[in-house]
Write a protein that binds this ligand. Structure first.
Ligand SMILES: C[S@@+](CC[C@H](N)C(=O)[O-])C[C@H]1O[C@@H](n2cnc3c(N)ncnc32)[C@H](O)[C@@H]1O
Length: 205
């Protein structure tokens, strides 16, 4: 199958589909970090989506779509900054829906819990890395069309850290926070878990 991994610079899922013999390509405005530039389309997704694809799996930016940043949208409190954030959110919704409405029979869109559930529709499935062999906890929504829900491949106990104030976080998440405080790129936290990448390729390929 000719498969597009949209908004994927890590090539995590692309490489898993390639291993199974598919003609898979990652697309991102960033250079790829997965070591296979020959499979990477470094350009705006808008044009690439117009080509004929048998399957599209997309990981669109979630900065303005997640519920975690909701307080920054308060115009009374944050004025012009909040107004700009509303504009950015509208753009992010448009981008997400451009993928959802692409002419392709099989589409999966991945994003954290966020406003698309109300702005468009509820996701078909919410998966966790700990269902696919990782000890991390990170609710990840999948909006599917023409594809079945992913079946967990290896359920493990998530490693959870409880802070003094009683809040709980995945150990993996805390490591990510430390990495970004140390100045590492934020996209190091948005890379697809290898267990999920393998499940997508083996179950949808
Ligand atoms: C949430 S990250 C997804 C990362 C992905 N899970 C991975 O493993 O590489 C969103 C990605 O969308 C890319 N992106 C943003 N706008 C884009 C556009 N117009 N066309 C292509 N990629 C875009 C960003 O550069 C970023 O790498």
């Amino acid at each position: 199958m000719k498969i597009l991994l949209a908004c994927e610079e890590s090539q995590a899922v692309c490489k898993e589909f390639r291993k199974l013999g598919h003609e898979a390509y990652s697309c991102d405005i960033l250079e790829c970090s997965g070591g296979h530039p020959e499979w990477h389309l470094q350009e705006d997704l808008t044009e690439i989506l117009k080509e004929k694809w048998d399957m599209i799996i997309a990981f669109p930016p979630c900065t303005y779509l997640t519920v975690t940043g909701n307080r920054w949208f308060n115009i009374e409190k944050y004025g012009d900054k909040a107004r700009q954030r509303h504009k950015d959110r509208d753009e992010a919704i448009k981008f997400f829906m451009m993928i959802a409405n692409a002419e392709c029979e099989k589409i999966a869109i991945e994003n954290p819990v966020g406003i698309m559930s109300t702005s468009w529709r509820r996701p078909n499935q919410v998966i966790q890395p700990y269902q696919f062999g990782h000890t991390a906890r990170k609710a990840t929504c999948l909006w599917l069309s023409g594809l079945p829900e992913l079946v967990p491949t290896e359920v493990v106990e998530p490693k959870i850290i409880t802070l003094k104030n009683g809040k709980t976080f995945s150990e993996d998440y805390m490591k990510g926070v430390k990495r970004s405080k140390a100045g590492e790129a934020s996209n190091s936290r948005s890379k697809t878990y290898i267990g999920i990448a393998k499940a997508m390729a083996s179950q949808w390929g």
